[in-house]
Design a protein around this ligand. Sequence first.
Ligand SMILES: Cc1ncc(COP(=O)(O)O)c(C=O)c1O
Length: 394
Amino acid sequence: MTYKLDTEVLYRGTTPQGIIRNPETPAIYPASAYILDDMDDYLFADKGGRYYYNRSANPNRDELGAAISFLEKGEKTLICSSGMAAISTVLLSLLKNGDHVVMNKAIYGETVELAEWVLPGFGIEVTFTDFTNPEEVRKAVRQNTKMFYTEIIANPLTLVTDLDAVAAIARENGILTVVDSTFTTPFVYRPLEHGADVVLHSMTKYFGGHSDLTGGCVTASAELIDRINPIYLLLGCCLDPVSAWMTLRSVKTMSMRVRAQNQNAIKIAQALAQDPHVKAVYHPSLPDHPQHELASRSFDTDYGYGAMLSFRLEDDHEKVAKFMKNLKLICYLGTLGGIRTTFTHPRTAFANNFSDEDLDRMGLAVGLVRISVGAEDSRDLIADLQQALAAMDD
Ligand SMILES: Cc1ncc(COP(=O)(O)O)c(C=O)c1O
């Protein structure tokens, strides 16, 4: 049978079967669908069949999910298109009309927005409370409370939650505990080993590690993931195969990156704490951090205490701007967790969506600067910070 040019070209360019053997790195499967043998073949991969349609299952996402389940000590992992996709999938699948969720008041700003703007529309009530005090969490429990939601190292003041204590209260009351562990990474802390039911990450940060991809993941028991999965499929927030492949590649160097970044963060926190321009430094490695003892006991401190830190300058907009402008190596960037050191001004980041009173309540003072520490030589980073601090006096 001969075909016309336009037809034939559509069937050209495929690799002949049988000549590829055991590549050192996994292949990328961008296919949005897979050719079926017959009607009996129509079974989704997650139900024991083969790959059939990208949104339902994809080999690159599954390979990455298996690696993350291993790292987090969970049974199954869903790979999502962003951290927010992971968070919304979990909230919308495990909560329903009439339920109540207790959330840490010190969490990522857009998670707060999701809870305040979206959940009430679905008839879900939210209470924000102080998770550094488990008794406050207990007090917030109601008859219809179905979920506790927290981060371990909270943004941006690096407050640490005692998950063992909080998860114990949850279990007593038949409540699920969900943890966004983006700042800790599974090398420093594995929430499922401390009583959490679900752990999620923005993979845009340390999993990706190079500020060049966006993704999220959700790890839990097989039973919970099987509850979340139908909504995940319907919301359509699967990660694209290329990003899943890139993330798996980055996971292989994550331990080295995280260790180097976290060790740098300790040195920078110590240096900043000695600078007269700095009113306060927030990093769990510092002995005067309110949860230093908890972090030292529950983190794998061989890796450190996380690579996020913040510090407070005088609440003088011009001086803070001057400091920021004078940094030569460290860039102003709206993300974190990359291999290079970056900083952000949390109050400015949320000024469009929150009132000044809200920003004060969230601890986002004018003088607060947040640093995402990278893997450069710490001496260069400290020198850059010190010269920019000194330049504030000029
Ligand atoms: C702690 C935390 N959780 C979730 C997110 C959202 O992740 P994404 O931007 O990948 O949607 C972020 C983003 O900065 C974050 O810092």
